[in-house]
Design a protein around this ligand. Structure first.
Ligand code: MN
Length: 566
């Protein structure tokens, strides 16, 4: 792994970008210098890790800034290089990306979080730019490949995080290949027994399938020649261990039922060719009913496009074929990253080399979402802008001291956070620490903040909080607590001593109803001389109670009235 390999890959996609080449070269030399003497757990020089990360990014066809940031992604965290220094040498964009990766490295998943989805959203929100995620994924891929060198508890934690957070995130970004790689790399650490079982039982079948497809391939080539389609490539694709395992669980671990253990993949130039090839395969071999999938006309939700069919192939053995264009293939492999490339090269030479026609309507879902938010972006610059993730711009994601993710509206304060944890925590809140520093209670929380609430028993909320909180929940709870504190009465009890006569109760209640006061209860207590009527009504202040008292006094036969607010 060396600088020249990274540059060579970069030049394949961006042959005329001399500035980009210089930037990558300088980043490499600088990274080599600052990490000098530092070793990975494997004993390799640290630069190997950085170079692998950068090469991966170059293979995803990302821009020079992203590759440079990939080379420098551990410079702030591990080497405490000043941000000003990085900005001076490599520019704002590279610094921004490195800072994003540094923030992400603070989030550690330990399998206890209540909502994984919030955690994934938080990662996107913190990243602010999809290129930060690409760097993180490239970094994680290499870390997973070298996981063997870490102590077992650490292996488990990182494998779990990879499987539950980063692989689904990659999948969400349409990077199926990366997602599958991450799952496969995590699998032996998470399920060592199952991994052994699969290795033992599948290998033989797998080798046999490969040999079988070697016989099939020339027959396919011949048939394609007949219909005049020249394929770019025909190869076999072994089903991944992780997805094979998931499928085996559905088929009671019976390998006989897995027709796509090894599938044949045909890459062609145009969408028209895809359908021609499908027809040609069906002319050669009869398809299995229900197994023809047109993901070109109906892409999967993550944007995946391809034609799939399973046919009774040579010796009647069910065999899966996948047919797609190069662009579809790249998007399936690299998702949003490939899309970035195609979008930024639209109409240029590189793009034509990639072929593919009807691309506009098939973006991975997140890119589509971005597009809806940001309308059209015809040029490269605008598309890079669009990669800045503000899909979640109305929400922020912060962490409890235990690392749990709390999802709040934008501009939420520590008080909102406190009430979200528990109304008692909110009520007794006297201060807050964000990232270990005391902040004012009206501080606006940012995604990724660690928030700790300081409480004092018996403390009550302040009415000024009502102006700064963002959540209705907090506002409601504060009001409730304030009411309790000031003992604001809500009802009045009138005690009326009066003659016992027909219509007395009616006269009293009509006073209340004429004044639009609702009656909670009306009770007559027989006394020695005169009965006592207790009326509990919705009057919440003295002025009003006095007014009503005067009116009640005028009723014929009323002897004595008193009231109290309760
Ligand atoms: Mn790293």
């Amino acid at each position: 792994m060396s600088l020249s390999q990274i540059l060579e890959t970069y030049r394949t996609w961006f042959p005329d970008d001399a500035d980009g080449i210089v930037l990558i070269q300088q980043a490499y030399l600088y990274a080599e210098k600052i990490h000098k003497g530092q070793e990975r757990a494997s004993g390799e020089a640290y630069i190997t890790h950085l170079a692998h990360t950068a090469l991966q990014l170059a293979q995803w066809r990302l821009d020079a800034q992203t590759i440079a940031a990939g080379l420098l992604h551990d410079s702030i965290e591990d080497k405490q290089i000043a941000t000003g220094e990085i900005e001076k040498r490599f520019g704002k964009d590279v610094l921004f990306l490195i800072e994003g990766v540094t923030k992400l490295s603070k989030i550690k998943y330990r399998g206890q979080e209540r909502s994984l989805e919030s955690l994934r959203k938080m990662i996107l929100a913190i990243s602010k730019d999809l290129r930060v995620i690409f760097i993180k994924l490239a970094d994680r891929l290499h870390n997973m490949k070298t996981l063997d060198h870490l102590p077992p508890p650490k292996q488990k934690r990182i494998a779990l995080e990879t499987d539950e957070v980063y692989a689904p995130l990659a999948s969400r970004l349409g990077m199926q290949h990366v997602s599958g790689d991450l799952e496969d790399l995590a699998f032996p650490y998470l399920y060592p027994d199952k991994y052994e079982w699969i290795k033992e039982h599948v290998q033989e079948t797998y080798d046999a399938r490969n040999r079988y497809l070697e016989y099939v391939k020339p027959l396919v080539e011949k048939q394609l020649k007949k219909i005049g389609v020249i394929p770019l490539r025909i190869d076999y694709r072994a089903k991944r261990i992780s997805s094979l395992y998931k499928k085996l669980l559905r088929y009671e671990m019976n390998l006989e039922h897995i027709h796509d253990l090894v599938a044949m993949r045909i890459i062609v130039k145009t969408i028209d060719d895809c359908y021609l090839v499908l027809g040609a395969i069906h002319q050669l071999w009869r398809p299995l009913p229900g197994r023809i999938k047109d993901y070109i006309a109906l892409p999967k939700p993550n944007g995946y496009r391809s034609l799939h069919t399973t046919v009774f192939c040579l010796e009647n053995r069910p065999t899966e074929f996948q047919i797609r264009t190069q662009e579809m293939h790249d998007e399936a492999e690299h998702g949003a990253a490939a899309h970035w490339f195609y979008e930024s090269h639209r109409g240029t030479k590189q793009h034509k080399k990639g072929i593919g026609t009807a691309t506009q309507q098939h973006e991975s879902s997140i890119v589509k979402q971005l597009k809806e938010w940001q309308e059209e972006f015809p040029g490269t610059k605008e598309f890079v802008e669009a990669l800045k993730v503000d899909v979640f711009s109305d929400r922020i994601f912060v962490l409890t001291p235990q690392g749990e993710v709390i999802d709040l509206p934008r501009e939420a304060t520590p008080i909102d956070f406190a009430y979200h944890i528990h109304s008692e925590v909110g009520n007794s809140c006297i201060g807050a620490k964000v990232n270990n520093k005391i902040v004012p209670l009206d501080y606006q929380l940012q995604s990724g903040d660690y928030v700790e609430i300081l409480t004092q028993k018996g403390k009550k909320p302040s009415s000024s909080w009502l102006d700064t909180v963002r959540t209705n929940y907090a506002r409601k709870k504060i009001r409730l607590s304030l009411k309790k504190k000031m003992l604001i009465p809500k009802k009045t009890e009138f005690r009326i001593t009066c003659e016992s006569r027909v219509g007395m109760i009616k006269d009293i209640s009509s006073i209340f109803s004429r004044n639009k006061i609702s009656i909670t209860s009306l009770q007559t207590i027989e006394n020695e001389k005169y009965p006592l009527i207790k009326a509990l009504v919705d009057v919440d202040n003295r002025t009003r109670a006095e007014q009503i008292l005067l009116k009640l006094k005028k009723i014929e036969g009323v002897k004595e009235i008193s009231y109290k607010l309760i």
